[in-house]
Design a protein. Sequence first.
Length: 134
Amino acid sequence: MRLPPAGPGGRAHRPVADLLSEPRTLADLLGVVELTEVRNTQLRKLSGGQRRRLDLALALAGDPDLVFLDEPTTGFDPEARRRCWAAIENLRRLGKTILLTTHYLDEAEQLANLGLWTAAGAVFAIWRFRWHAT
């Protein structure tokens, strides 16, 4: 889906929300991904990291219980990575189950309860991170 060149203040949200029976509110979605401050900014003026977080917000419009994130911070600068991590933590606090793929061990340690290491379709290791509640 190609988003219109308007800001995340509504126009990008409406086409997605129209497809859903009970969409989350725009204010809630922007809060989860920490984009409230750019609510009225045109889409073309958002940074790359802000656009990726907006993608995540639109994916959450239907309030899914299971969220798949494939390399969500690839190409991000350190600040954008931290903001994305905060958005993912917000999802966890909302009780969402998140399946995350990443090549960054620090990202897995920061965000995951359980780690699974695979290569060539085989599972090599499964571990639980100590600092998260079981």
